[in-house]
Write a protein that binds this ligand. Structure first.
Ligand code: ADP
Length: 376
């Protein structure tokens, strides 16, 4: 019987799954995504490498139902495959978790306690864990943390200019998109046989971040305590003066409304008034769409410059994520704004596109935790 790993990326209303072999680091056997969980017309899209796909709409009230629908697709496609591990992408590991861990009741409770740190992301991840545990009770549940890659960064780039007691209480620049960063490092190592000493990774998707990497280790991310900081994103504001937030609160805006504003109504969507999707903005001739693209490219160039300042120059800048990998005109504008950038030796940095593969990182982590579990 084929033994497989499920790499599970659960959002608040969507899940993305890749089914990967346990035996070796190899491409997925199939992928399945579910969108609009919690609605009457959730969409389940399953694909296999030869291109065959199934695309259905059905009522899926929650993550458990969504995962069940994926399990049916898996059974139809791969027959009696046995799921031996489910690797969960978890946005936040707080101070507690950095390396991938086996998730049992204690870890689940610890993650539940972390929800205030990532109120929009962790509940989906936890729902994925509960659903996977119920559906695959024999499988090892493995948590992989987007903050993990950044956990060992220098303290200087981990702090805010706030009193130390707040740092101890967990107010830190955690940094995110760590699985994506690990994927980029792995691919550079595979292709080049080596890593640049100074590297900047610009992950430009719906969420966007810029990470400074020194000798393969994180030196800090443009995303900080939350996934709001740094670059302007699809619907998130990016860098903003905290005084503006105090003003809005004093003017009577509720905390919930402020959260909606900053996470869901800002960024490309807020600037353009049209869409959070870069393709829509590129296709539009409205001045507001143009302004949104101008702001986005400028904010990316600014964050890359900040990262270069942290590193003392940069040899290689990598673009990844939906925009970073596909939108050449956006990349060209960002690169155009960075003509002054230099490597530590004084030469021009190299700009590259490397497709990120977070699910492969999940599967690799799951194999390691499986091996540890078997050894222990
Ligand atoms: P997520 O962060 O949800 O995984 P993605 O990495 O898929 O998102 O990135 C989504 C973004 O990538 C959207 O803004 C989308 O418009 C953009 N994108 C995808 N393909 C292209 C393309 N060919 N040209 C421009 N933008 C693109």
């Amino acid at each position: 019987m084929t033994e497989v790993i499920l790499a599970l990326n659960a959002g608040s209303s969507s899940i993305k799954i890749q089914v990967l072999p346990v035996a070796r680091d190899a491409p997925p056997l199939m992928t399945c995504t579910v969108e609009r969980i919690g609605s009457e017309n959730a969409r389940v899209l399953a694909r296999v490498p030869d291109g065959a796909k199934s695309d259905r709409e059905l009522s899926l009230p929650d993550h458990a139902a969504a995962l069940q629908a994926c399990a049916q697709e898996l059974e139809q496609t791969l027959g009696a495959a046995r799921v031996v591990a489910v690797a969960h992408r978890l946005v936040h590991g707080g101070k507690e978790f950095a390396a991938p861990v086996k998730i049992g009741p204690a870890e689940e409770q610890a993650l539940t306690d972390l929800i205030p740190l990532a109120p929009l992301h962790l509940p989906g991840g936890l729902a994925g864990i509960r659903a996977a545990r119920d559906l695959f009770p024999e499988a090892l549940q493995v948590g992989c943390f987007d903050t993990g890659f950044h956990a060992a960064k220098p303290r200087l780039h981990d702090r805010f200019a706030l009193p130390a007691r707040l740092y101890e209480a967990g107010l830190r620049r955690y940094g995110f998109h760590g699985l994506s960063c690990q994927s980029i490092l792995r691919k550079l190592q595979e292709v080049d046989g080596t890593l640049p000493g100074t590297l900047i990774i610009a992950h430009l998707g719906n969420g966007c971040s810029v990470t400074a990497v020194n000798d393969g280790r994180s030196f800090g991310s443009s995303m900080g305590f939350s996934t709001l900081d740094g670059m302007a994103m699809g619907t998130r504001c990016g860098r903003i003066d905290p005084g503006a937030l105090l003003y809005l609160l004093r003017e009577g805006m509720s905390v919930d409304d402020l959260e909606d504003l900053l996470y869901r109504e800002s960024g490309l969507l807020g600037l353009s008034g049209l869409s959070n999707d870069m393709r829509d903005l590129q296709a539009s001739d409205s001045p507001a769409a143009k302004e949104a693209i101008d702001y986005f490219t400028s904010s990316c160039a600014q964050e890359i410059s900040r990262a270069a300042a942290v590193l003392g120059g940069v040899e290689t800048v990598v673009f990844c994520g939906g925009i970073g990998e596909n939108a050449a005109p956006i990349r060209d504008r960002i690169i155009g704004a960075l003509g002054f950038l230099r490597s530590p030796e004084g030469g021009r940095p190299q700009f590259r596109v490397v497709p990120t593969d977070e699910e492969r990182e999940l599967a690799i982590a799951a194999r390691e935790v499986l091996a540890e579990a078997l050894a222990g």
